[in-house]
Design a protein around this ligand. Structure first.
Ligand SMILES: Cc1ncc(COP(=O)(O)O)c(C=O)c1O
Length: 388
């Protein structure tokens, strides 16, 4: 059975150019911190990767801190900036949104539970968009240590007004961090215009290897390290640098940067086709998040199928050769409704009946045609299973 992969937002195929870069860089022996010739050649590979990613994003190479991925970058930005800003009686209030990825929500909640941080979660509307007015009022009230709002949501694809948010934060002198893991490679990231303090990126969402990412951070921003050791990355991140992984990440970054507009257009076309095909074959299906267009990631589609458990539907589609995802996390084997959908005001039952289809390189309208040949039957069986 040929499998149809519609879970590119979870992770996507390694690009051959990234694999090649990994193999070439991986041939070198030498620690990038060693002073001998082999060490210096490893260092050269790392610095070339840093310069290449910086050029793709229009930032200075010194702003690129390599990490082990999106989760680490978010932890470093949030804890590191909070610790630096709140030291010596500084502000302890963090503003974020209720629909962040757990790699933002959990560090923020940890700071609340263990370090006396005060957290405000911005409200979102029924499409998952945050309230900029609410943010303005909070900034006017003062004493904010950090604002962290994701560029685009991983479940329902909502693109946040990050330019407006960043400009507001700048006006009030408050650092702004954005998790751009899902946005990178899908839409144009104008980091020059954005002027955020810190931006999180992950390699495996753009066709690079898993386990590497970057935090793009203003070199003037004070950050307290989360991990302590050799201080390899500007003294704020420790650990032996991995020339093979960072150069594969740079290769993927260059590819997505050069093709982002054409890719977005191609994805939008398939996205629209998938939405209308699903609505035609399962009329009760309900699209969550913004309508396809400028407010939504071009590769994201998220439906609720009333009467189903998302997990049952996922397994039925899996048996029919289709890989997709639910937004929900399982706690002790019990499916939990997605915190994102609940924050948008979606009913618990409908929230549990959802699936995300995410497109990527290689996705086609034929994949959608195959999906809609098996979907109505899978939905019918999942509804029946749910009613017994
Ligand atoms: C929005 C978002 N942030 C952070 C992460 C975590 O990234 P990583 O897998 O590189 O740790 C993900 C991964 O799913 C994500 O979608």
């Amino acid at each position: 059975m040929t499998r149809i992969y519609l879970d590119h937002a979870a992770t996507t195929h390694l690009r051959p150019e990234a694999a090649q870069a990994w193999i070439v860089a991986g041939q070198h022996v030498g620690n990038a911190s060693s002073l001998h010739t082999s060490g210096r050649s490893a260092r050269r590979i790392v610095e070339q990767a840093r310069e290449s990613i910086a050029e793709d994003l229009g930032v200075r190479p010194s702003a690129v801190i390599f990490t082990a991925g999106g989760t680490e970058s978010n932890n470093l930005a949030i804890k590191g900036i909070f610790w630096a800003r709140s030291a010596d009686g500084g502000p302890r209030h963090i503003v974020t949104s209720a629909i962040e990825h757990h790699a933002v929500l959990d560090p923020v909640l940890w700071l609340r539970d263990h370090q006396d941080a005060e957290i405000t979660f911005l409200d979102v509307d029924s499409t998952g968009k945050v309230s900029v007015d609410q943010l303005r009022s909070l900034l006017q009230a003062g004493d904010i240590a950090l604002v962290s709002i994701m560029w685009a949501n991983n479940e329902i694809g909502t693109i946040q007004p990050v330019q407006e948010i960043s400009a507001l934060c700048q006006e009030f002198g408050v650092p702004f961090h954005t998790d751009a893991v899902q946005a990178f490679g899908q839409i144009n990231l104008d980091l020059v215009g954005l002027k955020a303090t810190a931006v999180t990126l992950s390699s495996h969402k753009i066709g690079g290897p898993v386990g590497v990412g970057a935090l793009i951070i203003d070199p003037h921003e004070k950050v307290v390290p989360v991990t302590h050791g050799g201080g390899q990355e500007r003294e704020i991140r420790s650990g032996t640098l991995d020339p093979a992984s960072v150069s594969a990440f740079a290769a993927a970054s260059r590819l997505v940067t050069l093709s982002v507009d054409a890719h977005a257009q191609e994805m939008r076309d398939i996205q629209q086709y998938l939405v209308s095909s699903v609505e035609a074959c399962v009329p009760e299906a309900r699209l969550n998040g913004p309508a396809p267009g400028v407010a939504r990631l071009p590769n994201n589609i998220h439906f609720s199928f009333p009467g189903c458990e998302g997990d049952s539907l996922l397994m039925l589609l899996d048996a029919a050769g289709i890989d997709c995802s639910t937004g929900s996390a399982c706690t002790a084997g019990i499916p939990e409704p997605s915190h994102v959908l609940l924050a948008m005001g979606v009913d618990q039952k409908i929230a549990r009946a959802s699936l995300r289809f995410s497109l990527g390189r290689g996705s086609s309208k034929e994949d959608v045609d195959h999906l809609v040949t098996v979907l109505p039957n899978a939905v019918e069986r999942a509804v029946r299973a749910g009613s017994v």
